[in-house]
Design a protein. Structure first.
Lengths: 290, 290
């Protein structure tokens, strides 16, 4: 039997791409807000015994969770065979331990809510900071996909004479991988800490790279503070205005505007979170896993 | 051991009133939003083996639920003995059946989420429309409190020569009860349906009541459409500008402003939902049930 694909509001483009790519049916549903802020959900397609794909990216997650849980409960009441959640951006991955006593480990609580409402999760570059695997948090099977090869391809095609820049030693593995696949050089900036507040960042071999276009890459661009600091530093060192690439265009408050104004030549993101900076389509890496 | 009272942001006044009234401890917690919209929760008080009261009214519920569930999960991880949720306004009571095939019965899904995260629920005048008892929806013990006696007392004290008005026959039981306890007369408006769109409403014995102050009472004022129509009708019939009383000041969008401008003398609500129209304090009816 054909799979059937539903989307939460705002996820229609990826849902339609999936439908076309795997020859699935498009699930018809209705989501409305009542004037008092309550959510109305209705499914108009026949779903009994079907394998269902639900597309819902999860940035700004608090107001999105309840409609998603309602849809999943309804699908189960309508006797679907399975639910696979495609969440290109997965929220609540950062607070994964108690930094201070009494803190909620929200990554576990959020994972528990999702795990009890869907059967499988497909996501792109979740922020696995202190955890090695999604299995430590999620009790359902998770497919973790990576955007690095798409980013390499984009850099190779669009940025002549690119130089990949890692903002710190933590980023080395990821940046070196993107650089290797793009066939371009990379450097890692070095932080020199002089006391608590005084951090100097040095650009190695700056003279050698004056004619290159620096490319900064990060997984999530949220406040963009680190990226903006690096842009300012590269400008000061006399490098060309850098291209900034992020997987997830979370962009809190004015982060995007601030980054644009900081002296970049361009800001580019993957479309895991819909944003005007989206230029790298993650659709193709999802399809093989559905 | 003393009970301990926590509040979600915006519920501090009722939480403090409960602490003072039942000599409980005030739970200290921290709620923050990260720039990316995720919620941070921390409990700073000792809660092990304690009976906990959590105060969280639930209008505009979607964005409130996740922080509430996080708090409850954290309390349970910290080994509390029990959690009693005080939600003066309870959301998701309207969609309690499938009006059309494929509709989510959100009142059941919402109830299931709350029931699995708290041990007991205390609420005021939930909108039990087609249901007789909360037991049909909630699997945990629920205390359903009523604001009618507080409203009667307020009318008796503040409105000389009051005439209670029920907008339709459905409201008769409730309005007659409020009127009886206030020691004032009441009338029920009569709807005369002439075809689908033409509904006339008649005011019985209008001449007899020209010197009374009409008082309209309803449980939830959300869009306020029915109340505004009734106000316009009473004005046309030559009655004095009415006083409008609601239990729950939900007030969707511009409903409050529209109601104020419709020709009322005053709009008064209970403080189950914080709003500038609050004048009737529901604290005293909650205390005996904690």
């Amino acid at each position: 039997m054909k799979k059937i694909v539903f989307s939460l509001p705002g996820n229609e483009a990826l849902a339609n791409y999936i439908v076309d790519s795997i020859q699935a049916d498009r699930g018809v549903s209705e989501f409305r807000k009542f004037p008092d802020g309550e959510t109305y959900v209705r499914i108009l397609s026949s779903v009994e015994e079907k394998d269902v794909i639900v597309v819902c990216t999860l940035h700004q997650p608090d107001a999105k969770l309840l409609p998603l849980l309602f849809l999943c409960s309804l699908l189960r009441d309508l006797k679907v065979r399975s639910i696979c959640l495609v969440a290109p951006y997965l929220a609540y991955m950062r607070q994964d331990k108690q930094f201070n006593p009494g803190e909620a480990i929200t990554s576990e609580y959020f994972a528990k809510l999702l795990s009890s409402n869907v059967d499988r999760l497909v996501t792109v570059d979740p922020h696995l900071h202190r955890r090695v695997s999604m299995k430590e948090i999620y009790s359902i099977p998770c497919e973790v996909l990576h955007a690095d090869r798409l980013i390499s391809k984009w850099v190779k095609k669009n940025i002549p004479n690119a130089l990949l820049i890692g903002p710190d030693s933590e980023s080395e593995q990821w940046v070196s991988e993107v650089a290797k696949n793009a066939g371009v050089p990379f450097i890692i900036l070095q932080k020199i800490r002089n006391g608590d507040r005084n951090v100097e960042v040095s650009v190695p071999q700056v003279e050698e790279y004056k004619n290159y276009t620096p490319v900064l890459v990060d997984d999530i661009i949220s406040t963009a503070r680190t990226m903006i600091e690096t842009v300012v530093l590269l400008n000061k060192a006399g490098m060309k205005p850098p291209v900034c690439i992020g997987v997830h265009a979370v962009f809190a408050e004015n982060a995007y505007e601030d980054l644009i104004r900081s002296g970049v030549s361009k800001v580019v993101t993957c479309n895991t979170v819909l944003h005007e900076s989206n230029a790298i389509d993650i659709g193709e890496i999802i399809i093989p896993h559905l």
